[in-house]
Design a binder for this molecule. Sequence first.
Ligand code: HSE
Length: 332
Amino acid sequence: MKTVKISIIGFGAVGQGVARSILSKREYLKKQGIDLRVVGISDSKGSEINTEGIDIENALLRKKQKGSVAVGTRSALDIIADVEHDIVVEATPTNINNGEPGLGNMRLALKSGKHIVTSNKGPLALHFNELKEAAQDNGLFFRYEATVGGAVPIFNLVHEALAGNRVVGIEGILNGTCNYILTRMSEERMPYDLVLKEAQELGIAETDPTYDVEGIDSAIKLVIIANSIFGLDSTYRDVDVTGITKITPEALELANRNNYVVKLVCEAREGKLTVAPRLVLKRHPLAVGGTQNVASILTDLAGRITISGKGAGSIETASSILSDILYIVRNS
Ligand code: HSE
């Protein structure tokens, strides 16, 4: 049995999803010969540390009842630097102004010899190459499947299953909130403000939903794709972005009458990065509804490969994180 110790830094929807999925997969993991232990959990109020393995059920319950996992005051940085473990799961909220606190957590993890698995988009949209190179220089893994497309395994697909192909371009719908709003406005003729509120109630919108509707969240994800798949060194400021706030019900109705839907499409092609509302034929692979995400990858050998699935959600995002953890365990 291989013992693998991890920390969960950030215990919001994603961090708790990771904890829940580790609990529910414990037997499965044991059958794979993996004893996966969580030795540190932190949230904004404090932390819990147990070098033998935290009682996850208890930690989740405490978070639910008291709003925090904290039983002590040691910080995320203390856990990353001082507690012996293998993988830091960095799941603090995205901050696109300076990437913090995620960026500092990731830099310290790499300095302290720990692999990183993350769902946090901010540090990657600002310092992708720095983090990737620091991981390589230190012989560590830096995995980020959960940053783009929630459960949809875009990076695994391109880097593993499509290895050997040259990726010519990528188109996608990478923001569930915008897709939900456009779908509901178009199919149910619901007013914009009301469906935005619904998206917030579903828990898929960003804390500040202007990140979603102005196309910023889509741009951030497109940058991570471009840097990871095309080897660019871009930041979200390099993306030409138009959001969905100016789309009228009349425009959606007109599109519908002509067999089109309006989608907020992300596109990376020939070094150019664009996020903009586009008319998409109703039978086109990009025409997915509701909160779905989709990525269509154009390659030289395989042609067009399209995958879609849940782009947000606690357990769905945890699926990508668990897969990254298992990748590291199997390859290190
Ligand atoms: N606000 C994001 C979305 C969450 O709507 O897709 C997932 O990154």
